[in-house]
Design a protein around this ligand. Structure first.
Ligand code: CMP
Length: 140
């Protein structure tokens, strides 16, 4: 199996409730290594740029406002099939549809305030990691 890297964001609803450690434990328990991590406060412009792919969606404004409302933790997770594995650990976008034991089932408040983001494919993972981290910050 391939060793991959994926971009993860612990969102403002989770940092606000002091859940960073509990969420990181879920990643580590699933065999994902946190190989880079920082806590930042996105500007609305930065959040808008990161989520530009959703620009035409009705929830875009709400999403950008939420992501810039309070600090987030951005991180790079590494492991076998890390992209799919992380999506499994996160659970469905809407916590109402998420499986038991997933991060979103346990912690998310709503489809908007859903505690975590994870890259959805290899190409997006590469772009999203480069959005937040320089090569020097990725020590493996
Ligand atoms: P994420 O995985 O970060 O990717 C896009 C985000 O848009 C998604 O998680 C949700 O937080 C958000 N989103 C998706 N659908 C809706 C919705 N119907 N209303 C509000 N936010 C949404």
């Amino acid at each position: 199996m391939a060793i991959e890297r994926t971009l993860s964001i612990i969102k403002p609803d989770a940092t606000r409730r002091n859940l960073t450690g509990k969420i990181n434990a879920k990643f580590e328990d699933a065999g994902l290594r946190i190989v880079a991590q920082k806590r930042i406060h996105l500007s609305p412009a930065q959040a808008g740029q990161f989520y530009a792919v959703h620009k035409e969606r009705p929830f875009y404004g709400e999403l950008v406002e939420f992501m810039a409302s309070e600090p987030v933790v951005v991180q790079v997770l590494e492991g076998e099939n890390a992209i799919a594995k992380n999506r499994e650990v996160m659970g469905a976008t809407n916590p109402a549809n998420a499986d038991a034991g997933t991060i979103r089932k346990e912690f998310a408040l709503s489809v908007g305030e859903n505690s975590v983001h994870g890259s959805d494919a290899a190409e997006t993972a590469k772009e999203e990691i480069a959005f937040f981290f320089s090569g020097l910050e990725l020590v493996g």
